[in-house]
Design a protein around this ligand. Structure first.
Ligand code: XMP
Length: 512
């Protein structure tokens, strides 16, 4: 297959996967590789272009990651960004120095619009700078094609050899025309057609899974969340009944969620796979009885989950591969070319230690969440599953403040279902995450002529892009009132509904 590929060579910057993702947005397939990737390996991959990332080092530092100078003679277009630009300058005989004024943040850059890189970019454009060193003199033959008042070489080029470099970061959103610049590089400089689509990713992944798995058996812990669902469907399309999905219903799922997952992945669903649903709600409630400390609850739920999974896998017998729905944000890259360290997947923490298998398959590890959703749609997974909001592994266990009981689970499930129904009915979209939680506060109320002494449900809705910070969403008051009315009338055991205004920080999104 004649697939266009652009390689991002990782020199330890923070935005490496973002660069890859932006290139994919230009419909060109892109992968990140450590800078230790050998010249021969690069040649064998036959990329249309190479991008050097930023990084924390100074090119003069002893530990500084460098690259074989011969890469510049391969005839493959290269784009250096930040540290990558300095590395290009340094390797080809320019000068890099500690800048008299380090630039951090948005800067107005004046660009030479005749450069292919800046085609269609306005002459004065806002770019994101983050550097202490800078190129003080471009290598012989290079032309300076952008400057700022304090940065003499904000961009440079050697068009005859298809070499380009910017001191600023085109991949971050703060660079106004950054996507345009990356698109100019991949189309005008690398000559890519830009015909890569998510469907190609899906097709390629399916064929490489088939190759890798052969006749082996594969086990997948399915949570019903977006990532593990997309991973499971991808695997089932590739290897059908060689795949067994184990879905643990720990009794801490949202209302009807267990049945919804079973409807899609179970024997009556559209997919060719073995599906095992383990109903062990009571087992989890028993373990959680009397436990109020949040971290202890998390630990118990995580451990019990593993025990159940272990028991089921023992029944299945020998497993060759284990599938994890790890996506890029779950992957912590060391950045400096050492192999990536994987955070134990949130939802199935610790699994790899307890199941006897040969290898882990992580078909989504290069994708961002919205790309995973796109892949899911491509695979024909129902929209309500694909667009599902994130749900924590410990489930409602951390949305019930204090002790978890079956009755409290019922309360929070019912209140949450009403809340979600009303949000949908009001046509509110674009919320980062929203849910009902059950506080451990009981207070006095009056219903009819009776005194009540019941629980308070808290409604939470936040806007967030990265889940590291979040702001309370402004849900219309009449919607909140409708939810309050319904919860109090329809959910036994609740006599008060409050709306949580806290942002993160200082709060967290979940209550525990
Ligand atoms: P916090 O509450 O830390 O949540 O602001 C940030 C995001 O992470 C999710 N979350 C979890 N996910 N296991 C998970 O799989 C957990 O223990 C866990 N705790 C929080 C939370 O839903 C939000 O999206």
């Amino acid at each position: 297959m004649n697939k266009e590929l652009v390689i991002v060579l990782d020199f330890g910057g923070q935005y490496n996967q973002l660069i890859a993702r932006r290139v994919r947005e230009c419909s060109v397939y892109c992968e990140v590789h450590p800078y230790t990737l050998k010249l021969d390996e690069i040649k064998a991959m036959n990329p249309k272009g190479i991008i050097f990332t930023g990084g924390p080092n100074s090119v003069y530092g002893e530990e500084a990651p460098r690259y074989d100078k011969r890469i510049f003679d391969l005839g493959i277009p290269i784009f250096g960004i930040c540290y990558g630009s300095q590395l290009m300058a340094y390797t080809l005989g320019g000068s890099v120095e500690s800048a008299p004024v380090s630039e951090y943040g948005k800067a107005e850059v004046t660009v030479d619009q005749s450069s292919l890189l800046f085609d269609g970019v306005s002459e004065k454009t806002i770019c994101w700078m983050s550097h202490t060193d800078y190129i003080s003199k471009a290598p012989a033959g290079f032309r300076v094609c952008a400057t700022t008042p304090v940065c003499p070489v904000a961009a440079m080029e050697l068009p005859e050899k298809n070499l380009y470099a910017t001191q600023f970061h085109p991949e971050v959103m703060h660079t106004q025309d950054g996507l345009k610049m990356l698109s100019n590089f991949v189309t005008h400089v690398c000559g890519c057609r830009g015909d890569w689509k998510m469907s190609s990713f899906v097709e390629d992944t399916i064929s490489s899974i088939r190759q890798k798995v052969g006749k082996g058996n594969v086990l997948c812990a399915l949570s019903g969340g977006v990532d593990s669902s997309v991973a499971a469907v991808l695997m089932s399309k590739a290897i059908g009944k060689q795949l067994t999905c184990v879905f643990v219903d720990h009794g801490l799922l949202r209302k009807n969620e267990g049945d919804e997952v079973e409807a899609v992945f179970g024997p009556d669903g559209p997919y060719d796979l073995n599906f095992i649903r383990v109903n062990c709600q009571q087992r989890f409630y028993d373990k959680l009885a009397g436990v109020t400390e949040p971290e202890q609850k998390r630990k118990i739920i995580g451990e019990e989950f593993i025990r159940v999974f272990e028991e089921e896998s023992r029944k299945i017998g020998a497993v060759d591969f284990l599938v994890q729905g790890t996506i890029y944000p779950d992957v912590i890259e060391s950045g400096l070319g050492k192999s990536a360290v994987i955070k134990s997947h949130h939802n199935v923490g610790g699994l790899p230690d307890c199941v006897d298998f040969r290898e882990i398959i992580e078909p989504l590890r290069l994708l961002f969440k919205d790309e995973v959703r796109k892949a899911g749609r491509e695979l024909g997974i129902p929209e309500y599953l694909v667009s599902r909001q994130p749900f924590p592994g410990p489930g409602l266990g951390i949305r019930i403040v204090g002790e978890v009981t079956a009755d409290k689970v019922r309360i929070v499930q019912d209140a949450d279902a009403i809340y979600r129904e009303e949000i949908a009915r009001a046509g509110i979209t674009g919320l980062g995450q929203y849910f009902a939680a059950l506080t451990n506060m009981r207070s006095v109320g009056v219903m009819g002529d009776e005194r009540t002494y019941d629980y308070a449900v808290a409604l939470r809705a936040v806007n967030t892009t990265d889940f590291m910070t979040a702001e309370c969403s402004e849900i219309p008051f009449e919607v909140l009132q409708r939810v309050m009315n319904r919860v109090i009338n329809e959910v036994k055991g609740v006599n008060r509904v409050v709306y949580d205004l806290t942002s993160k920080p200082p709060g967290t999104i979940e209550f525990e």
